[in-house]
Write a protein that binds this ligand. Sequence first.
Ligand code: SAM
Length: 208
Amino acid sequence: MVFEQIHARGIRNERVLRAMEEIPRERFLPPEQAKNAFADAAVPIDAGQTLSQPYMVAAMTAQLDPQPHERVLEIGTGSGYQTAILARLAREVYTIERIASLQDAARILLRELGMENVKYRVGDGTQGWPEEAPFDAIMVTAGAPELPEPLIAQLAEGGRMVIPVGGSEEQTLTTVVRRAGRTIETPGMACRFVKLIGRQGWPDPAEE
Ligand code: SAM
């Protein structure tokens, strides 16, 4: 049902739609939220974070369009649902989450689902993963006040990044492409994400 809605709203990338059909979204939610797995909305997960609305997952993934030979960096593992979709589509996924308990749960679940092409790191994703750079594609699933320079620097030539950029309440889903040493930014739809917290993001409320 929700996949029909996603298709009806203009997402036609068959690889992305198939990956979303294959990954059991309900497994990535706390038991009391499983009934909301296919609601057309973001759903609360642990630690005050959210699993993004299915349409937003589809739109961001279609925009990034990871290819089977590519290496992808994801910032904001959260429940691991988006990580699983990326892992179905790309060769390798490097995922960073600042909240260790969320990433531990995601790692266990993804292993249970047989996904072996994911590398995990707990830390500040605004700094990227320099030892493994460059990346063909970078997806950021939290809202940034501005484009984090380290992430741009870790894009391969021809690489692209999808990232919500803007205020704390509303952002613009922005696509960045790196070509001939230049970056081309294209603003897309309005969106609403939890804050990207880190050195190149919003300040950590625990340290204010
Ligand atoms: N993609 C996730 C999913 O499928 O469940 C949802 C991600 S949730 C909207 C955003 C996540 O980004 C949260 O888990 C949050 O802790 C994380 N986050 C925020 N700032 C971060 C940072 N600097 N580095 C890594 N993760 C960060």
